[in-house]
Design a protein around this ligand. Structure first.
Ligand code: 13P
Length: 252
């Protein structure tokens, strides 16, 4: 059966010393984490190797927040999937709404990134989510469907089985407003059904689908209790070790 996963996306936060302190705090709390939940932290690129070294004897996995759409070469400022693999990171967030919106990453670019990440044996966390206008206009199902199909359905079965999906409604990110557990469940089930139609029941039932958008210790339990919600992608609350721990321990 599919894994429960809680991943922290630190975004562009923390100084180097703060990142070390947060990682060490998490490590010291690790023995209190739910053993059945995969815990991932995605720090800013610059701190990735340091965190991998801190967590070398721990079950906490390290991911990154982006990777390049080219393999290697003259692409100033970019970090390739091959480089990420070479320091033994495990996960890569692809298609976060902030990347889609501020860095013009469209479905085609994201599909290229996804393929490079998989080619380098990294595990992608592929993000989808509608804007507030889409939801108000009742277009959210269409938006999610096209992001899933255009972003990921070019993969073959074997590749697809290795991805994690994160549903992050843009209107719930950093706003303090969450999707209701029912709204999250509705979209997660919709995504799982799309996957089932394309790749079959077995793959659909084994893919973890995470919810992201203002998940906090006081709402995580209710959201994670939904059948098709397999955990969370956490922004703000991942910057506090105790809050993150409480979220990790929010599965029934
Ligand atoms: P917040 O939890 O801060 O709303 O961020 C969610 C998110 O974007 C995680 O990727």
């Amino acid at each position: 059966m599919r894994k429960n996963i809680v991943a922290g996306n630190w975004k562009m936060n923390t100084s180097f010393n703060e990142a070390i302190e947060l990682a060490e705090n998490l490590k010291s709390l690790e023995n209190t984490f739910d053993k059945n939940t995969e815990v991932i932290v995605c720090p800013p690129f610059l701190y990735t190797k340091t965190l991998i070294d801190i967590f070398y004897d721990s079950s906490i996995k390290v991911g990154v927040q982006n990777s390049a759409s080219n393999e290697e070469g003259a692409y100033t400022g970019e970090v390739s999937a091959k480089m990420i693999k070479s320091i033994n990171a495990d996960y890569v967030i692809i298609g976060h709404s902030e990347r889609r919106e501020y860095y013009c990453e469209n479905d085609e670019i994201l599909n290229t990134k996804l393929n490079l990440v998989l080619k380098n044996n990294l595990k992608p966390i592929f993000c989808v989510g509608e804007q507030l206008e889409d939801r108000k206009a009742g277009n959210h199902f269409d938006v999610i469907k096209s992001q899933i199909i255009n972003g990921t359905f070019g993969l073959d079965k074997e590749q697809f089985a290795n991805i994690i999906i994160a549903y992050e409604p843009v209107w719930a990110i950093g706003t303090g407003e969450t999707a209701s557990p029912e709204q999250a469940q509705e979209i997660h089930l919709f995504i799982r059904n799309l996957i089932s139609e394309k790749y079959g029941n077995n793959i659909a039932n084994n893919i973890s689908i995470l919810y992201g958008g203002s998940v906090k210790p006081n709402n995580a339990k209710e959201i994670f209790s939904k059948t098709d919600v397999d955990g969370g992608l956490i922004g703000g609350a991942a910057l506090n070790a105790n809050d993150f721990k409480e979220i990790i321990n929010s599965f029934n």
